[in-house]
Design a protein around this ligand. Structure first.
Ligand SMILES: [Fe+2]
Ligand SMILES: [Fe+2]
Length: 164
């Protein structure tokens, strides 16, 4: 059985993952509207990944005999800045999520919950990937400059992302 403290923490993280999904879908919708089709595709794939993260935790709660309860998610912004601004927001958001995962992991240590530590290790590793991907796009945008053909090339590259 899962402790109430860990169950609450994981339910909170399920909310955070769904909140991330909602934010990325809002960004995708914006990119769609301004004809950055590749970025829209990339962000929609990211939306799907965040929902998978939520469902991985959802499954885990039930595997441990717990109960999932849902919490409110916030309305995402409807206006977004340039492509550079969007990916800077993605990176900042992922850094925030990393901190939340780390603090949940610290709780699992405090609670002597070894199974949850192992489950959360997957998320700790995933966050390395998430931050790395956003940083890499920002670096390319820095080289490309804020506008012009190289940004369109990058947008096309983002459109080649497999999932979504
Ligand atoms: Fe996630
Ligand atoms: Fe993420």
């Amino acid at each position: 059985m899962i402790s109430k403290t860990i169950q609450d923490g994981i339910n909170e993280q399920i909310r955070n993952e769904i909140q991330s999904a909602y934010l990325y879908l809002a960004m995708s919708a914006h990119c769609e509207a301004v004809n950055f089709a590749g970025s829209a595709h990339w962000l929609r794939a990211q939306w799907g990944e965040e929902l998978e993260h939520a469902m991985k935790l959802y499954r885990y709660v039930y595997d441990r005999g717990g109960r999932v309860t849902f919490q409110a998610i916030e309305k995402p912004p409807s206006e977004f800045p340039s492509l550079m601004g969007i990916f800077q927001q993605v990176l900042a958001h992922e850094q925030k999520v990393t901190a939340l995962i780390n603090s949940l992991y610290a709780t699992a240590i405090k609670e002597n919950d070894y199974a949850s530590q192992i489950e959360l290790q997957w998320f700790v590793k995933e966050q390395i990937e998430e931050e790395k991907n956003a940083s890499a796009i920002i670096e390319i945008l820095k080289l490309a400059g804020e506008s012009g053909p190289s940004v369109l090339m990058l947008d096309r590259q983002l459109g080649a992302r497999a999932k979504g």
